[in-house]
Design a protein around this ligand. Sequence first.
Ligand code: GLN
Length: 324
Amino acid sequence: MTEESERQARFRWFRDGCENLHARYADLSQGAPADYIPELARVDPDLFAIAAMTVDGERLGVGDATHLFTVQSISKLLLYGLALEVHGRDAVLEKVGVAPTGESFNAIELDDRQTRAPNPMVNAGAIAVSDMVTGAGPDERLERVRAMFARYLGRHPEIDEGVWKSERVTGNRNRAIAYLMLSHGIISARVEETLDLYFAQCSLLLSVEDLAVIGATLANGGRHPLTAEQVVAHDVVRDMLTVALTCGMYDYAGEWAYTVGIPAKSGVGGGILGMVPGGGGVAVFSPRLDGHGHSVRGVRVFEALSRRYGMHLFDPDRPSTRPG
Ligand code: GLN
């Protein structure tokens, strides 16, 4: 078999696995959709999709793979990349650390000395990162974020206006976090504008197929597998994937690293995006969440895929772990 046909055979094997897991977990009805705002609770809880894209641009989508849902906290990963590119690592590290917290995503918590948000994946750090989005006013800043997404997706993602408005009305915990950071000089005084931007980025509408493209790009050192465009700088990708591995799943990050072993980010819309460096991106969407705010079926699918296909980064049998 040539190298190319071997790759294709392996991808067919992977596709079969995704189809089987989709069928196996379709009846799993544990957990419940996020209900902190009515707009999110209204989602059909049975929606379920798996998508993947390799760094060579091969792709698959199973189930409701084109259904659009709000990206929520998965946006934090991309915004972190944008901040690193625009401001540089040192400037970002001054305001946002890289330490996992062991707390839930919306904990009202800074670092020990109260000078930084703990990490960019919890709400505090993500709001501090959103504060760093440059632009003259709210429209220009939001446009900058959508344009960044467009480099991955080839289109500007729409915003779920209903979710955005509701996040704005009910987001008082995030407001508390933001004002705490203002009082410690971590973020600038345009607090309401930045919160609104954070709520807007959470309300962007993506499908699992979109997430798989993003994941494949990051797994490919920031180079888009289809357009070959360098969407985000190489060294920035390393930092993004590192915090995704250590902090992306919040207080479940340790268990996730242990059982799944790849960088990932989840959102309360029901999406989980995982990246296999050098391999590709995998995404699952299913709105029923566990107590950590992660998709129940999503966690199960990733655990099974990682086991079956040796995706764990520290698996000694992982084919690409040999240097040289
Ligand atoms: N909009 C949500 C919030 O800020 C996002 C949280 C998440 O997806 N974990 O609370």
